[in-house]
Every structure is written in structure tokens, then in C-alpha cells.
Ligand binder design. Structure first.
Ligand code: PBG
Length: 332
């Protein structure tokens, strides 16, 4: 700092005196193109059902997706990430790697309806196993190494059905390499991996587990997802996934972990995503519904905080609401 002006020459309020000046010096922006919208897909026909714990979020049957994804695309949103609720669950999560699995069907439908919308496939077994864990479960432990081939099979199946990006969220060690190897062996060497590299064992996933019907019947996920107390370990997790071949990385949840996003941005040059998860969304929605906070203020502010911390892109259930207000000119 060369010129160290101080009051009264220095007046930081000068640059805040009008909206055009504020816009001129604004450091961080969010646009709909920075956002990814999660979609929950359920079996059946003609289904559009509300998720009680996530006001404004719906679960759709596959036949309802074309209209929905056209709207998402027209709003300028970058892409969608898909979660499936299968008709039947079993011990090994067969629905996750079935050619006619629920997300596989959804991917084909979305590709036809909105070809330019990026299709991200979440890869995990928890929605497909009858015990609700993210891998092979013996009643006490989730086995790391015997889960890897199933995650790899699911990834190949999803790529074959038209996924543009494979996004493993299971937190098994070595899954990125196992998935990369399997994709390459099947001719999908061009399909990128977005790794949920630093995923914490968070209470903020509560509403999602209602929506995806993926609450473990016994135990919890602390044996594989990260301890919320560990910021330095998050950087080791990310480094391991980068070393295994991840093309893009993610920190999840977002707002309670802004301090993890910031050093991840400093340390890695890969595209960095953050997931503003269900509990972050529902908490804000609950306060918005009661009139305690103003949606037009807190939704953009929450997204800006995540961008300012260093995330390039945000997965958020607010994507559509934000994009609608953005088109109306009130955000950004
Ligand atoms: C699946 C998965 C979860 C989320 C995304 N992928 C749930 C979990 O790990 O329990 C959470 C998303 C959210 O809360 O919005 N493993």
C-alpha cells in the first residue's frame, strides 16, 4: 500500500453513494449460469409431488421432466444434478447400475428435451440400498473396497445413458480412480468426474434424506463422511481425489464450510463447486415463509457468500428462484 490516506481524505462511503457506483466496484457476482439445480426423480407417470421438508422443491416422474428442464434451460441455469428414488431397493443397490434405472431413464429424456443443459449424475448407493448406506453394509461397517466396483458400474451405466458429468458423493477411498479406470475401459474417456471431494457428515442433509428416502436404517455416515471439525483434512481429501484423476472438485455443505472453500480455492486450480445443501435451503425457506427475512435479499446474499469464499459454481435448490429474480433485474 503506497498511499496511506486516512480520514478525512479517505472516505470509504464515496464508492457506496449510488447503485451505479456500487455496481462499478462490486467484486463478486452470481449469475444463473453459475448455478446447478438438483432434480429428484421418482417412478410412475404424471407425478409432481411436493417435498414437505423442502418448501418449493418437487419430485418428478420421468414424463414430467421435459417441461421442467426446458424451463430450467430457458432461465439460463447451467445444468441439473439428478437424484433417483427407485421403485425397489436391495442390499447391493442394483437400481444404481441398471440400464433402465430411474436416473438412466431421466438422463435420456433430459438429453432429448434440453440437449444444452449439462447433465450431472450423482453417483452413490444410498438411495438404492435397503439399508440406506452409501456402500456394501454388513450391519456394522460399510466396506470400502467391495463398494468400489459397484460405484464404477453405476458410473459407466450413467455415462452410457447420457450423463455429461459423473459426480461421486459416497466418500469411499479410491473411488475416483476406480471410476476413471472403468469409464476409460468402456470408451468414456471424455466424460469428466466432479468429485464430492470434501463431503462432511452433516446434519444439514436432513431434508434431502426425506426427499431421496435415503436415511440409513441403522448407524450414521460418520465412518465415511468427514468430521465437521476437520478443515486441514479436507485439503488432504481434495488432494487425494485430484491425484486420482478428478476433473472438478466440490465442498459440501457450503455455508457452514466457507472456511474450507477459501483454502481449497487457494490450493487447487481445478473448477471448484460448492453444494448449498437441503438444510441450508430449508432453514432459509422457513424464515422466509414466516416473514422473518426477505427472500429477495437473503437468497442472493447466501449465494454471494459462497462465490466470495472462492467457489466457481454452486449447486442450489434456489437456482430457479434466483434465476427468475435475476431476469427481473433485482439481483446481481
Ligand atoms: C448422497 C447424497 C446426499 C446429498 C447429496 N448426495 C445425502 C447424504 O450424504 O446423506 C445431500 C444433499 C442435500 O442435503 O441437499 N450420498
Amino acid at each position: 500500500m503506497s498511499s496511506m490516506a486516512s480520514f478525512p481524505e479517505l472516505r470509504l462511503r464515496r464508492l457506496r453513494s449510488s447503485e451505479p457506483l456500487r455496481r462499478l466496484v462490486r467484486e463478486t457476482r452470481v449469475t444463473p449460469a453459475d448455478l446447478i439445480y438438483p432434480l429428484f426423480v421418482v417412478p410412475g407417470r404424471g407425478v409432481r409431488e411436493r417435498v414437505t421438508s423442502m418448501p418449493g422443491v418437487m419430485r418428478f416422474s420421468v414424463d414430467q421432466l421435459p417441461a421442467e428442464v426446458k424451463e430450467i434451460h430457458d432461465l439460463g441455469i447451467a445444468g441439473v444434478i439428478l437424484f433417483g428414488i427407485p421403485a425397489a431397493k436391495d442390499a447391493t443397490g442394483t437400481g444404481a447400475y441398471a440400464d433402465d434405472g430411474i436416473v438412466q431413464q431421466a438422463l435420456r429424456t433430459i438429453r432429448d428435451a434440453a440437449p444444452d443443459l449439462v447433465r450431472i449424475a450423482d453417483v452413490c448407493l444410498c438411495e438404492y440400498t435397503d439399508h440406506g448406506h452409501c456402500g456394501i453394509f454388513d450391519g456394522v461397517h460399510v466396506s470400502n473396497d467391495s463398494t468400489l466396483p459397484l460405484l464404477a458400474a453405476s458410473s459407466v451405466s450413467l455415462a452410457r445413458a447420457g450423463a455429461d458429468v459423473i459426480a461421486p458423493s459416497d466418500m469411499m477411498d479410491g473411488r475416483v480412480r476406480a471410476i476413471r479406470t472403468a469409464l476409460d475401459a468402456e470408451g468414456f474417456e471424455g466424460t469428466p468426474i466432479l468429485s464430492y471431494a470434501a463431503k462432511f457428515a452433516s446434519g444439514f442433509y436432513g431434508p434431502f434424506r426425506d426427499a431421496a428416502e435415503s436415511t440409513p436404517v441403522s448407524g450414521d455416515r460418520r465412518g465415511y463422511q468427514m468430521d465437521p471439525a476437520n478443515g486441514r483434512e479436507a485439503l488432504r481429501e481434495i488432494a487425494a481425489d485430484v491425484e486420482e484423476g478428478a476433473d472438478m472438485i466440490m465442498v459440501k455443505p457450503a455455508m457452514p464450510y466457507l472456511d474450507v472453500i477459501a483454502p481449497a480455492r487457494e490450493s487447487f486450480d481445478l473448477p471448484l463447486f460448492a453444494y448449498q445443501v437441503s438444510g441450508e435451503f430449508s432453514m432459509l425457506q422457513a424464515a422466509i415463509e414466516r416473514g422473518w427475512v426477505d427472500a429477495a435479499r437473503v437468497i442472493p446474499e447466501s449465494l454471494i457468500s459462497i462465490r466470495r469464499a472462492g467457489a466457481d459454481r454452486i449447486i442450489t435448490y434456489f437456482a430457479k428462484d434466483f434465476a427468475k429474480s435475476f431476469a427481473g433485474g433485482s439481483a446481481g
